[in-house]
Design a protein around this ligand. Structure first.
Ligand code: F6R
Length: 368
């Protein structure tokens, strides 16, 4: 049933082109993005004046990616918050707030309670969920299903990419409802998304060098992950994967924060992963990251750089260079996350740990 793979996680990493393609299937009809269930009116969707994204763990990271797309496309303010924080404070919500709850299982206790809290405040709730008939979509006003299929590995992989994909669709649906994007612009963005599974397949097919790097670095005490813009949530996801699977200390942070503290951690031989923004966006983001890499290299770190295959500028600064296909900046997490998944799985395997069932973790966290 593992289809020839040693672990479900590896099979699920390989299933990501399909997970993303299936999540997009049928979502663009008659020139419009359509949700799966919509128990709120188009008018209510148009009247939204603020978006709150709530989730836990990897789902939260997918929400962080969504913030960049939603604010850019809709010009609506968008906050992203961990569900267990959101529910125990006093967030400002009203009937024109859209709360997007992201959950693979649809049963995560903190996310469910955060949804109830939002509904008590009269906010509208849209669920992004991978499990039909689960509790969170049942209580939501609108639902967009991810179609990753059942995920067996405890660490989220294909469900995570599917969440990111669905979140882009939420952004486009809102932009369409509010008219901040013309119909042909929405169509063009959707077509960009439809091209991603092919690029994802290319990344999936070229993970062997990443596994080699993982075996080389499997004895590290600590690994850092840096990124800017959507590369920042990708850094957080890379660090989380490594913590949960390889039980290795790992931290992700925005590259611009380096000099505000984390640079003190850099020492000889410390592995530091960096995601470079696509060449398309080369300009400020790209050059800032190049200087960040120079700073950490000068202090003896080992740099592992994920960048577009044609990125000649950064190659000489990379101890290890992991090429990925070209994409737009906003969509890049669909590609850049994959080497991090493979890296964490391989480090875990090299250390003799159970890749599919990391210690202390459950697939669905239905207790608080
Ligand atoms: C990490 C992971 C967890 C989940 C989190 C939320 O690999 O799988 O961090 O993302 O527990 O779960 P759902 O999406 O089911 O609410």
């Amino acid at each position: 049933e593992k289809g020839g793979y040693d672990y479900f996680m590896l099979k699920e990493i390989a299933e990501q082109p399909t997970a993303v393609a299936d999540t997009l299937l049928g979502k663009f009809q008659d020139g419009r993005i359509v949700l799966d269930e919509q128990r709120i009116s188009d008018q209510e969707l148009r009247d939204v004046d603020k978006v709150f994204i709530i989730a836990c763990g990897s789902a939260y990271h997918s929400g962080l990616v969504a913030k960049y797309a939603i604010e850019h496309w809709t010009r609506l303010p968008c906050e992203v918050e961990i569900a267990s924080e959101f529910r125990y404070r006093d967030p400002v919500l009203d009937r024109s707030t859209l709360v997007v709850a992201i959950s693979q299982s649809g049963e995560t206790a903190d996310t469910l309670e955060a949804v109830r809290h939002a509904k008590d405040q009269k906010a509208r709730v849209l669920a992004v969920c991978n499990t039909n008939g689960s509790q969170i979509p049942r209580e939501a006003d609108a639902v967009l299903y991810t179609h990753a299929g059942p995920e067996i590995g405890v660490a989220s992989t294909k469900a995570y990419l599917a969440q990111i994909t669905a979140n882009y669709l939420v952004g486009l649906a809102l932009a369409q409802a509010r008219g901040t994007k013309f119909p042909d612009e929405v169509a063009a963005e959707f077509r960009q998304l439809e091209r991603m599974p092919e690029a994802i397949q290319k990344v999936v097919d070229s993970l062997e060098p990443v596994r080699e790097i993982a075996r080389e670095l499997a004895d590290s005490k600590s690994v850092l992950f840096l990124g800017r813009h959507v590369g920042y949530p990708t850094a957080l996801e890379g660090a989380l994967k490594l913590k949960e699977l390889a039980y290795m200390h790992a931290e992700g942070f925005p590259a611009g924060e380096l000099k505000h503290g984390p640079i003190a951690l850099i020492e000889e031989g410390l592995p530091v992963f960096v995601v470079m923004p696509p060449v398309e966006g080369r300009g400020v983001l790209h050059s800032k990251l190049v200087s960040n890499i120079q700073e950490i290299k000068a202090r003896g770190a080992r740099t592992i750089v994920i960048a577009e295959e044609g990125d000649e500028v950064v190659k000489p600064l990379s101890d290890y260079f992991i090429p990925i296909p070209a994409s737009t900046t906003l969509l890049q997490p669909l590609l850049a996350t994959i080497p991090y998944q493979a890296f964490a799985a391989e480090v875990a395997a090299a250390r003799g740990y159970d890749v599919d069932k990391p210690r202390n973790l459950a697939k669905s966290v239905t207790v608080e």
